[in-house]
Design a protein around this ligand. Structure first.
Ligand code: HEM
Length: 544
């Protein structure tokens, strides 16, 4: 039965594709790109097996320039862009005319429900308007004690563990897993005023629901999965929803996760709504209380429905914990390799600590964290070097012309400084590619060098929300949580670097950047152990 259905869907899709190609008028055939290894799968298989995320894009930029053509399934042409002006056009200047394609929206719905990440156009604007009050500077400042509590707790857990671990090999910890537990506790408390308890219990329900979710569902998809996802664009929306219930690897995993998260979110929303109605939520600063209040004061026609509020919460839990944890993880790895920068950062933190003590304060303020200029520069450099969302996919809603900052050479040898495209054209924004462009970041763009961010950057085309990187994306769909994440990273890093030294373990594990939805670290030949970043930690000042 399943096979007959798949054959039917394949046939119908083929008919639509052929017709669509036939009437398509703006071809991007003149844009150069690597030869396709297979008509059926294009480059999808090789890309999903990337040993190091980004390497294929870096090589293509060298060969073809900052715009190139890659083949998807069934001969689909995908336009890859790393060019600053092109990205500015797509993400900043085109409003909602480059929505997310059906495949991304379907997967996002399965992971988070009908929340902001999936919404488009006026629906997205409505979500964003109600969520914005939860991300003001004043609101974020109020989260500092929450960030600090979890960072200090992590630090204490490590100190306790180290007391009994005296050999070098025993002092190696998987920093990614510890940081994911830390950031989950942070987002639980700041978003819901709820203690996820992840640092106290690695097996707790919420942590277990998310554990390895990206690798279980996105890493190394099968060829059938790739073809199946490609077909989604030809399936009417109401029918596509049935994908949620299929017994596939990813759908099963998403259902399991969302069931746990939705139950928790529903209980908490009911609790907060009651508190709000009873006038008991005035002093509450958590994101959910703010959303409930903002939603209550909205015109009923523009309010978020209950299922959208639930989806918002699963979005925060998901978008707000592994992202920051992974980014801090990559940064600590770089510091373990660049000991000179690590020492510099520690000296800087110590200097500011003296200033804080001299003025009689117990802890750093936002201004103190911002005064740690080497730390901020290192964060920018690490986010540039390791963008955990390495690619963003969009589809043109109408015919358009995409401008380029730097012309590319066409297949017939002409210089192309703008690319006409048809509605329906798939665009892949190479975030990792843009973040490494020599014309934007300098000749040493492929080296880790935080010093580049100590100098002011002038004349760049505006692209991203933070340090002009594409790491948090940009424009009206840029990451709403970027300031939250930056402040959280500052607090965690200051705490950890003040208390621990990080170094590469003696067996020098080879770290791979793998494409599992997010860019995840794994150790070569130890993939069965899941995502990990083993680093050796030593208390500052040595072991007691
Ligand atoms: C280093 C950490 C983070 C990175 C690299 C990151 C990156 C991104 C990127 C690239 C997008 C655009 C996604 C797309 O267009 O499909 C995005 C959107 C989003 N992020 Fe983040 N993010 C981070 C942390 C956070 C945190 C801490 C939160 C919440 C507290 C958050 C909440 C969101 C939300 C709600 C969206 C959807 C925004 C919209 O569509 O309007 N993110 N993020």
């Amino acid at each position: 039965m399943d096979r007959v259905l798949v054959a039917y869907v394949l046939f119908a899709a083929l008919a639509v594709i052929v017709t669509h190609r036939y009437v398509k008028h703006r071809s991007i055939q003149h844009i150069r790109g690597p030869p396709s290894p297979s008509w059926l799968y294009g480059h999808s298989v090789s890309q999903s097996l990337d040993a190091q995320v980004g390497d294929a894009d870096f090589a293509r930029i060298k060969e073809y320039g900052t715009a190139w053509r890659v083949k998807g399934c069934l001969g689909q042409d995908i336009l890859y862009l790393a060019d600053a002006k092109a990205l500015q056009h797509v993400f900043h200047k085109s409003g909602y005319h480059y929505p997310k394609p059906v495949e991304s929206r379907q997967l996002t719905r399965q992971i988070t429900g009908e929340g902001i990440l999936r919404a488009e156009g006026p629906e997205h604007a409505r979500h964003r308007k109600i969520m914005n009050p939860a991300f003001t500077a004043a609101q974020l400042r109020s989260f500092i004690p929450v960030f600090r509590r979890s960072a200090v707790k992590l630090s204490e857990k490590w100190k306790d563990a180290l007391k009994s671990k005296l050999s070098d090999s025993e002092r190696v910890v998987n920093v990614l897993s510890w940081l994911a537990r830390t950031t989950l506790d942070v987002i639980g408390e700041s978003a819901f005023d709820y203690d996820c308890g992840a640092l106290d219990d690695a097996e707790n329900e919420v942590m277990a629901a998310y554990h390895n979710m990206f690798t279980d569902s996105f890493l190394f998809p099968s060829k059938v999965t790739m073809l199946f996802r490609y077909m989604w664009k030809f399936i009417p929306g109401p029918i596509l929803r049935f994908v949620d219930y299929l017994p596939t690897r990813e759908s099963t995993r998403f259902r399991r996760t969302l069931k746990v998260i939705n139950r928790l979110a529903e209980d908490l929303i009911a609790e907060k709504t009651q508190a709000c109605l009873a006038g008991k939520a005035e002093n509450k600063r958590d994101i959910l209380s703010i959303l409930v209040k903002a939603n209550a004061s909205e015109d009923p026609r523009t309010r978020l429905a209950n299922h959208e509020m639930v989806a918002q919460m699963s979005t925060f839990l998901l978008a707000g914990h592994e992202t920051t944890a992974s980014s801090v993880t990559w940064l600590l790895w770089e510091l373990a390799k660049h000991q000179e920068w690590q020492s510099k950062l520690r000296e800087e933190i110590s200097c500011i600590r003296d200033r804080v003590t001299a003025r009689g304060d117990a802890d750093f303020s936002v201004a103190d964290y911002d005064a740690m200029s080497h730390m901020v520069a290192t964060m920018k450099e690490s986010l540039r070097f390791h963008p955990i969302v390495h690619t963003l996919v969009r589809v043109a809603e109408r015919d358009d012309i995409i401008p380029l900052s730097k012309p590319v050479v066409s297949a017939t040898g002409e210089l192309v400084s703008e690319i006409p495209i048809s509605s329906g054209q798939y665009i892949s924004a190479s975030i990792c590619g843009y973040n490494r462009l020599e014309e934007v970041w300098g000749d040493d763009a492929n080296e880790f060098n935080p010093a580049r961010f100590l100098e002011s950057k002038e004349g760049q085309v505006t692209v991203g929300v933070f340090a002009n990187l594409m790491t948090f994306s940009g424009g009206l769909r840029g990451c709403i949580g970027w300031r939250f994440s930056i402040l959280e990273m500052q607090v965690i890093l200051a705490e950890l670097l003040e208390n621990f030294e990080f170094s590469i373990p003696d067996d020098k594990p080879e770290i791979q950047r793998l494409p599992a939805g997010l860019m995840v670290p794994m150790v070569k030949n130890k993939m069965q152990l899941g995502t990990q970043m083993p680093l050796k930690i030593t208390p500052v000042g040595g072991l007691e």
